[in-house]
Write a new protein. Sequence first.
Length: 900
Amino acid sequence: MIRLTINGKDLELRKQETILDAVRSAGFDVPTLCFDERLDPIGSCRLCSVEVEGESHPLIACRTPVSDGMKIKTDSPSIEAFRRTLLRWEAQKISISSYLGEPDKELHQLLRAHDLQPSGKRRRDKKLDISHPLIRVDMSQCIDCLRCVHICNEVQGQFVWHVLDRGTDMHIVPDSGTTLGTSSCVGCGACVDTCPTGALTDRSETNGSSISRWTRTTCAYCGVGCELEVGIAAGRVARARPVIASPVSKGHLCSKGRYGFSFNHASDRQERPLAKVGRTWTKLSWDAALDRCATEFQRISATHGPDALAVLGSARATNEENYLAQKFARVVLGTNNVDCCARVCHTPSAAALKTMLGAGAATNSFNDIEAANTIFVFGANPLENHPVVGARIRQHVLKSGAQLIVADPRLTELAEAASLHLRLRPGTNIPLLNALANVIVTDGLVDHQFVRDRVAEWDEFGVFIKDWTPERAEKICGVPADSIRQAARLYATAKPSISFHGLGLTEHTQGTEGVMALINLALITGNLGKPGTGINPLRGQNNVQGAAQMGCDPSTLTGSVAIDERRALFESVWNAPLPRSRGHNLMAMMDEAAAGRLKAMWIIGYDVLPTLANVSATRRAFRNLEFVVVQDLFITNTAKVAANIFLPAASVFEKDGTFMNAERRVQRVRKAIEPPGEARADWRIICALAERMGHGSRFRYDSSPDIWNEIREVWPEAAGMTYERMEQQGLQWPCRSQDDPGTEILHKSEFGRGPRAALRRIEFQPSPEQVSDEFPFLLSTGRNLYQFNSGTMTMRTANRKLRPVDVLDICAADAERLKVKDGRPVRLRSRYGSVRMKAHVTSTVGPGELFATFHDRRIDLNRVTGPFRDNIVQAPEYKVTAVCVTPLEKTAVAATKSQP
Ligand code: SF4
């Protein structure tokens, strides 16, 4: 116990902390300038200095630890005068225009509070740098507090900002030595966020002059679920900044969360319902649009039966809206034909986790990153696709010396930071994972206690795995046997070991089995049910976990339970019978449409056409449908090709509700602005159409919390999660009662399926998609840091300038052999279609392998991806397509479009 006095107030502290922490916890404050709670104390500005009895000089509060018996004064006349002198000095470096233009910056606020005017007479002679599309650099306003340098190093781990020279010559430059636009900056905006002056600012619409309010909400993009505050100016989203107290992002965002909001106000945002006649869209009233939808759905149901209809929920809609979408399908349409985009990404993960462990979701939390001694990243590129988690992983490795194993065909940035990079051939996950298990078993590294207590089918597995030697695997996957041995030993001995996996594991014909093989590793090493362990799928979209968990899945209801398991409960709460027929998933819906049996679809917030593999097959299926309703922010590619009716939806910034992130955390989404024109929240549209179709009494809700309370009735594992309890940090399910704190780690003492989980014996079945003389390359597809999926949102933001077009990554040797030049056009052709795009010669892909992103509508990369699917849940095999590449003249690209 440490006893001390602050401004005459006695204090007892249980743990060692700094004077600044003690002062603040005692209810006093001292101004700070170089301090940021996300960073180790810098202590350069001295503004937080306090008097301590017995000390000849003021002590710097942010980096001086308290000691027993200290008598601290924070507000004596001499210390106030000292601070004023320091601030007056800093005021001379600030220009009046910057002071007025950036009123929220900390130094500007301090000057106002101390009634000091900036003079700018000692400001530096530095040129304005506007080379970066997102960040404005005006080092004439820099006060050398070094916060930008520290936050880039300590939080993002990018090391962009550097200090040159010393004393009065000291200045800060990006790692390019010239402009930020030519540096390695990834546009996370952390330096802008921490900068206390106008030196680093957002290049946003308002530049901070007229933000009238800030609203806390959850990011609209990936499944990390970072929290942000959006600043509203003149009714528009004008800025975003991280929420420091967020349990997930801890005061950090990536470039999408931070700068990807201007799509809300894009000129082509749709504000009224539309009907398409021929190629022409005509405006409709909501009454007319809903009447048309109701009439067509009823006509088709009467003629062909309810299973001729289908609904797709949305990973960008809230939990409440997805709950209503599947309730609508089952209650109003009378079909289990309901699914969402989880089908094409992590349904394999959910299926494997549910089958083996009993819960189809991440076993642990992001906070387990920092508890792990080994991190195994399999088939994921989190620095680009889940950037805040990627940064946390890299920082933990850099700071604590944790081991990082990356299994990926590509040399990603994270792989460069890894202790071991297992650079396997695309499509060979199973041999690699089996060989890792083989080494763990044959080297005697199994956690026998865990296996005895909690694992089944151990003997059978032991026999099976003997044949999967590293040498056998090496021949198939290309990873040296020694590397496989090293990785297995690290994972099994440098515990606790946690794994994160992505679509490089799931989007294969053996995707579900790949996840099962990864779970085998956790089971035999006891890396489950404890801090710093587990199997954790990195979910792609902000609410993809929630959409499926809410029941947008043909075979499960809300809470991810089989329909017959909770049929009675749902029928009683919904006061309606549930359909008995087996529903079709998204891929089967396409097959049914192609076969002429599915006649109508309602597609909510999902651009299906360009994002499903094998575009030409998807297009043919859509053309066979009689009636399609697309509900979205913009006329998407799907709407252009297939929709009869377009319903304008509110964006994530324009409604209330909740999202569920990749660690099962349900967090609040809060309305910050009004939807434009007549656009409506998805849940209001669903309820209005249900009313039109005679089910108004079952869809009568006043608000999102009203819907959520019904969800709690049908999903006992979430019964304790009220809106009130989720206001600050969200809650992780299961959370069964109001005094249940939620669950950070699943399967601590037993699995959802019972006390034991059975190991799986998984034989390797190579994909039917193989290279040939005609198609000698294997193409993998994925996302990049600045864009998101089909680009519906990000391509309408400033992020577009950072990565405007998809390119084809090819290694130098292949490029030279094919006479392909960097930046020059090529034709990429598979057995299913072809596209034209520019080549990017890089060492990130190996010989015979190619990689490209699929964000650019003009390229439409999924024209080349194929028809094969996961052999259990039917997720498409995006990661392996045999292709050929031929160089093209530049003019040929301009003159011709990609061909199906
Ligand atoms: Fe949004 Fe994901 Fe970026 Fe976080 S990491 S800001 S959730 S896109």
